[in-house]
Design a protein around this ligand. Sequence first.
Ligand code: ZN
Length: 49
Amino acid sequence: MAKPDGKAKQAKGKNATYMCAVCGHIAIGKIPIKCPECGAGGDNFQKIA
Ligand SMILES: [Zn+2]
């Protein structure tokens, strides 16, 4: 196959930004399973952009 260019798991092209409600860590594009800063679960991430 050719390059998986934009047709990956993310159907939408925009990179949303999410913030950890516990420590304020910023994640771009997708919500992490766990916050790398404080270890909080993805449930604690809120979309901010
Ligand atoms: Zn956090």
